[in-house]
Design a protein around this ligand. Sequence first.
Ligand code: F6R
Length: 261
Amino acid sequence: MEVIIEPDVDAAAELAARILVRRIREHPASVLGLATGGTQERVYAALLRLVHSDRIPTDQLVTFNLDEYVGLAPDHPASYHRYMQQHLFAAMEGGPKRINIPNGLARDIVAECAGYEQAIREAGGIDLQLLGIGEDGHIGFNEPTSSLGSRTRLKTLTAETRWINRAFFKPDEEVPHHVITMGVVTIMEARTCLMVAFGERKAAAIAAMVEGPVTAMFPASALQYHRDTMVVIDEPAASQLKLRDYYQGVYAAKPAWQRRD
Ligand code: F6R
């Protein structure tokens, strides 16, 4: 894993956006895996600024989102369909060419999940997967004890994740118990992973993911087996890393040709 520590949220979001933009500029027909949540709002805002200022074409992109709540219609304000329109797609002129987000209203969830895996395969696999991390170590919505061999499927959210995500729902609304999420292996098959996290609230999770044991109790730790994962974080999110100085030294000494932004 390559750990890149930026001084603050803005710099980290900007760097993540630059990595995405470079990928799109060099490969306009990329297949991107996308995430939702508070973290990505910052990344998408920075990405849109760059796409507009540098006139980056997005109309050949194919996208696959990690997850969606079961039982929410695409126009529900807390659905990830709606989130993606609001924070990214609506402001992307002419693109992407094809947007894929699991259908939370699918009657046959098993078929929906199998079809999602099939669609990823038919698109040629995911080139770059954007990820956030839950405080309990989830990636996508692969909660603790998720099989490290899992693929897209139905998952039950933990009480902790539902409590944290209540912020995206109205006070009188119940946060769904179930989601459709890409599995750990679906994520691991992406050619490159880009994990982004901000703030002290994520510090313990980042330390466990990067430096802890690989365990299904902390699904993000599976990324230690991924051959090309970049972790872009701000100083507070890096505060519990034991080898923090080493990661900073590696990045500072990185040859220009190896840079990805
Ligand atoms: C959402 C997703 C989740 C979030 C994670 C962090 O599509 O995949 O894994 O990335 O819950 O969420 P925030 O950014 O809100 O802290």
